[in-house]
Design a protein around this ligand. Structure first.
Ligand SMILES: Cc1ncc(COP(=O)(O)O)c(C=O)c1O
Length: 416
């Protein structure tokens, strides 16, 4: 379905936060890669849970049954969002990082000293740290090189995978540079040596439809707060795979997937919000099934975000003193654009823009290794702008104007 400026204007009415102001100026939320705002439907679902169904699970009374039904229905919706065969493949957790740590402990029990795990220099630390920590158990962690143009080095990728590789852990899209990685290459390399493949889809999930079956993923993780929902992590495991893993779990806990890795009580109210966020996305698509509506909506939103991201990319590059990192918009990439400004610390640029009501991030956003490899660590990282469904051309124009004004004020370029 088409998602154009008219749909964007309509969707903005659903997000209460978008009417906020800073010093009398409307806030432009260009900080989506760190978490999006939520529509009223999500807020209402969370409030509604507390008002009508707040209880723990598996009890013999109405509120508990309502909670069980809610969680079951959110799992079905999450399966539709991921393209998973069924709800049994979808586990919930605190966030992506915590789920990845839990999974790393379970996978380590299937490995022996000398076995290898491949990670990348481009990934967020959440998909590096849990694996790098396993070196203390004698596992060897290898790293795929990042090229200066923001892409992973495909030749180096092939070199890092060998007969001892047990897991390839790679992001689908970079939260720093917007690069969309070659998932097919990761799968081919992993399969050629019988290794598992795990995708960090946290950044990707916000911008493109996911299809875990087409991806041929063994594991995939994402986080609902990046796609208009609350702070909840999602883990997909290939059918049957989680059942075979020795997860950290209590004796009293359900042994079967997807519960096997879900420790303690989940955030039920937030899960109500996750279901509402998926329904919200789907409401912008068309089709007979929830899955079709999600894919159709995400395709439309992706096209809208791409043209807006390209508009910013083309114009920001033209500002003297600005360097843009990552791939250009001729290819498929996420609408997340990071820049450096000659001689000016990214925090200072972001602070000045913040005073104008323009919310952008500065720093490394936990893509610490990529920032190091690009030589940006001692410069404070980059200034990152993200585009999501509710961002407008007018906001991007304000950002470009704000950047020009900021740079003039900081006297890095001559006035005029
Ligand atoms: C690409 C990527 N992976 C992983 C994470 C970590 O997600 P969470 O905050 O759910 O642990 C983030 C968060 O910014 C991210 O952008």
């Amino acid at each position: 379905m088409t998602f154009s400026e008219a749909e964007c204007r309509r969707c903005r009415e659903d997000f209460p936060a978008l009417s906020r102001t800073v010093a009398g100026k409307p806030v432009a939320f260009l900080d989506g890669p760190a978490g999006t705002q939520v529509p009223r439907q999500v807020v209402e679902a969370i409030v509604g849970y507390y008002e009508t169904a707040n209880a723990n699970t598996r009890g013999e009374f109405a509120a508990s049954r309502a909670t069980d039904e809610l969680i079951a229905s959110v799992r079905e919706k999450a399966a539709a969002f991921l393209g998973a065969p069924s709800w049994r493949e979808v586990s919930f957790g605190h966030n992506m990082t915590t789920l990845t740590f839990s999974l790393s402990q379970a996978l380590a029990r299937e490995m022996r000293p000398g076995d290898e795990i491949v990670v990348t220099q481009l990934d967020h630390e959440a998909n590096r740290g849990p694996w790098l920590n396993l070196a203390e158990r004698g596992l060897v962690i290898r790293e795929v090189a990042l090229l200066p143009d923001g892409r992973l080095d495909a030749d180096d990728f092939a070199k890092q995978v060998n007969g001892r590789t047990r897991l390839v852990a790679v992001g689908l899209a970079s939260n720093l540079l917007g690069t969309v990685n070659d998932a097919g290459l990761a799968v081919r390399l992993a399969r050629s040596v019988g290794a598992w493949v795990l995708f960090d889809a946290v950044h990707h999930a916000a911008h493109f439809p996911l299809d875990v079956v087409a991806l041929d993923a063994d594991f995939l993780l994402c986080s609902a707060y990046k796609f208009y929902g609350p702070h909840v992590g999602l883990l997909y495991c290939r059918p049957g795979l989680l059942d075979s893993l020795r997860t950290d779990k209590l004796r009293a806990q359900d042994d079967a997937a997807p519960f096997r890795i879900e420790t303690g009580t989940l955030n039920h109210a937030a899960l109500a919000g996750v279901g509402a966020a998926i329904d919200y996305i789907a409401s912008w698509g068309s089709g007979e099934t929830l899955r079709r509506r999600i894919v159709s909506a995400m395709d439309g939103i992706a096209a809208y975000e791409h043209q807006l991201g390209a508009y910013y990319y083309d114009n920001v590059r033209a500002i003297p003193g600005v360097t843009v990192w990552g791939p250009d918009f001729a290819e498929r990439r996420a609408p997340t654009i990071s820049i450096s400004v000659d001689g000016v610390h990214p925090d200072l640029v972001a602070r000045r823009l913040g005073e104008l009501g323009l919310q952008v991030w500065s720093g490394d956003f936990y893509a610490v290794r990529a920032v190091e490899v690009l030589g940006l660590a001692d410069k404070g990282g980059v200034v990152r702008t993200g585009v999501v469904m509710y961002n407008t051309r007018e906001e991007i124009d304000r950002l470009l104007e704000g950047l020009n004004r900021t740079l003039r004020a900081l006297a890095t370029i001559p006035p005029g």
